[in-house]
Design a binder for this molecule. Structure first.
Ligand SMILES: [Zn+2]
Length: 209
């Protein structure tokens, strides 16, 4: 029951998977913003080019020097557009990576939660069953204890408390089965008498021959 309590209170697996999912989400959000930024820069550059082209071919500018300048500007604007488009492509690749990583982390988190929930379900059922066992055994013990002489019961409880919950030991091959001490022949024989309470002279437990 102690082990179950510990397991029910420890959700470190869920905490870990949650942290991973949060990190992936953060990376995804950053990648999305970066991609939007590159998109906007490309659009702004395209607008600049459109204006330049309008001036260049719209017929409003006739001065050859001005037209030459516009032509040079047009080439420079297009070169920079190409650079911006490369950046946009890189940002899109990073975005796709981050999106996949986020999806995987979300799936992983959902799976871990499902596993833990199933495990907790089993453990909860086991805990209920063990609690019922304890209640039943306590009832049985009370009924049995009521029939035992008070002095004897007090002795039994005292030994049980001092000897790790076990007050009674069987005699096995002439030894105390609890502590392993070899018993004298007289003690082993005495342990066989139902009318007599015999204690192991090493651990003090009540011997049953
Ligand atoms: Zn003993």
């Amino acid at each position: 029951m102690k082990e179950i309590d510990a397991a029910l209170n420890d959700n470190s697996a869920v905490r870990k998977a949650t942290r991973q999912a949060e990190k992936a989400e953060e990376r995804f959000t950053k990648a999305r913003l970066a991609m939007r930024k590159e998109e906007q820069e490309v659009q702004a550059q395209q607008q600049k080019i459109a204006k330049n082209q309008e001036a260049l071919y719209g017929g409003s500018v006739r001065n050859p020097k001005e037209l030459e300048d516009l032509q040079m500007e047009s080439e420079a604007l297009k070169r920079y557009l190409s650079t911006l488009e490369d950046r946009q492509l890189d940002a899109m690749i990073l975005y796709d990576d981050a999106k996949s990583a986020k999806e995987l982390a979300d799936i992983d988190l959902a799976n871990v939660k499902k596993e833990v929930a199933a495990q907790f379900g089993d453990l909860s059922a086991e805990q209920t069953s063990l609690t019922a066992d304890v209640q039943r055994l306590e009832t049985e013990r009370s009924a049995t204890a009521a029939e035992v002489e008070p002095d004897l019961l007090a002795t039994y409880d005292k030994i049980r408390k001092n000897r790790f919950g076990q007050a009674v030991a069987a005699v096995k091959d002439g030894s105390c089965a609890a502590c392993g001490a070899v018993l004298s022949a007289a003690l082993a024989q005495s342990a066989r008498l139902p009318s007599k309470i015999t204690h192991c002279d090493t651990c003090g437990r009540i011997l049953i021959g």
